[in-house]
Design a binder for this molecule. Sequence first.
Ligand SMILES: *Cc1c(COP(=O)(O)O)cnc(C)c1O
Length: 491
Amino acid sequence: MAGAVEIETASPNVISEVEILAVDFDPTAVVAEPLPPVVTAADGGPSESEEEEEGVGKPVKKSREIVLGRNVHTSCLAVTEPEANDEFTGDKDAYMAGVLARYRKTLMERTKHHLGYPYNLDFEYGALAQLQHFSINNLGDPFIESNYGVHSRQFEVGVLDWFARLWEIEKNEYWGYITNCGTEGNLHGILVGREVFPDGILYASRESHYSIFKAARMYRMECVKVDTLVSGEIDCSDFRVKLLANKDKPAIINVNIGTTVKGAVDDLDLVIQTLEESGFSHDRFYIHCDGALFGLMMPFVKRAPKVTFKKPIGSVSVSGHKFVGCPMPCGVQITRMEHINVLSSNVEYLASRDATIMGSRNGHAPIFLWYTLNRKGYKGFQKEVQKCLRNAHYLKDRLRGAGISAMLNELSSTVVFERPRDEEFVRRWQLACEGNIAHVVVMPNVTIEKLDLFLDELVEKRSTWYQEEHDQPPCIAADVGKENCACALHK
Ligand SMILES: *Cc1c(COP(=O)(O)O)cnc(C)c1O
């Protein structure tokens, strides 16, 4: 409540109790919080070390230092109070325009040197600029109009139908929505599984995205981590052992259609077969497919295990801002209609149904997806997938040619290689690293020219990092297999 409210009342006692802010209150004069120091895992900051394994198995101890990014408090842009005469001088407008112009330049530079995250940064949505003036919100169920009229459900359902066709489920048999990101799709998929099987155990491979384990914590589910092969795929022999140890409880399984770090695609058919052979009938398991990364690429790769609702799966999710490319994070989640009725409730205030994780939902995102799906179509995506796989092979071959350890999974455009020694270099190319490995995710905007620039720079820098005889690049055989390792021992 603002303090400047003047209260005219008969009771002077009340007035004296109202606290009135000093006229010259200056919020910037508030003592700044002391800057927290940069945290590393060694200081006991957030880390993966000493991670307790949930469910069966012994606790695993991994100790490794995690490098965190720079503390933004040292470079943030303060919000300042407008001056009384700003309207006349225009100083503040000019200042803000300057800040934005510089920011735009930074964005252009950062976009040019980005390789590590699976974001397609190449898109053109100029035609949608006219919609910026509207507060488009699809709160509630996509299929049931709410009383809030400024929505884009007609676009949202069109996009959902497109994905339903891709994953082979009839219009009257699916339910879904456009989420805020791949994580929200995972949170929703796991929640549907949990509502279908309240006492179910969640199984996910160790290399699953962290949002899966977050879901397990949020929903307080028992969670069993399954081992992975060197490729990053789920190890179904370990899965079988763990299923057999928990035969009395239904199974909720996260299947990765592209893992975050290695781009490994879990073998959906083998997962289903393992469930069946372990005595789990179709009414005792729920499969969520995390297709955040490759959910939209796999349908266009011939040898890939097909993701389809003709198989006994419960839900599929995908990120909209990754392979598709979109200026704001978004995603798609599709599940079976029969499951969603377990989860939803009608809300009178909305005149719609509540079955989503979030309340208000970005109504712009569906229009961006609708626009790009219309322009590219299945054929366009197919071409882009081919280009990505081709360029990824080029990158891997050139890395190996330069004597650098590198791995590329067959169905993937994620090239895993030896972590560059220099953090500056990692930051410049915005590489995602884990332990001794780094990766480049080849998206449609990653051209051969960009890869050449990166490779030339890497090779040149690397020659300065490893000059001494005793100073050798790390062995990454444990991460990528001996045959992909080019360290002194394995080359
Ligand atoms: C990126 C990713 C996610 C999370 O998606 P967001 O859109 O970033 O929330 C989930 N799973 C996998 C495999 C991913 O690569």
